[in-house]
Design a protein around this ligand. Sequence first.
Ligand SMILES: Nc1ncnc2c1ncn2[C@@H]1O[C@H](COP(=O)(O)OP(=O)(O)OP(=O)(O)O)[C@@H](O)[C@H]1O
Ligand SMILES: [Mg+2]
Length: 147
Amino acid sequence: MGTHAVIHRTGGPEETASVAAELAATLRPGDCVALHGELGAGKTQFVRGLVIGLGGPERHVSSPTFVLLNVYSGGRLNLYHLDAYRVTGAEDFEAIGFPELLEQGGVVAVEWADRVTSLLPARRIDVTLETVDETSRIIRIERLGVW
Ligand SMILES: Nc1ncnc2c1ncn2[C@@H]1O[C@H](COP(=O)(O)OP(=O)(O)OP(=O)(O)O)[C@@H](O)[C@H]1O
Ligand SMILES: [Mg+2]
């Protein structure tokens, strides 16, 4: 098994989106992308890149903080975009059907994934974004579990 992390440093949101689009090309049905990083680190920019990489119509991508779930369809795979920021416990996330979403044959991307760790599949891709300065981010991509 062994873990294998890839680290990128980006100089702006477009570069972060490109890194994500590259990852999107490798995604398969049922994959889960767990996003970590503080406010403004670029989690949503990363998801925007996933949507671009999966193809389909151009879409506005924003944090689903209040609606909890956005669905981007029309690309190679559907993308289910969730945000656990306002979730108080794993039960909330369970109630909105997170476990079932993983079985829909699409890709599931979760912002603030550490708030629902107990529900995340063992086999997932952890993406951690760290703010270096206004325009620079360090992005760590690690596949966990058996691939
Ligand atoms: N290298 C970079 N990568 C990503 N975003 C960047 C970068 N440099 C600057 N930014 C800016 O940082 C902000 C990132 O916002 P984004 O909404 O993606 O963060 P977030 O992690 O989703 O925050 P939240 O926790 O509030 O949902 C955007 O305004 C973007 O333009
Ligand atoms: Mg966000």
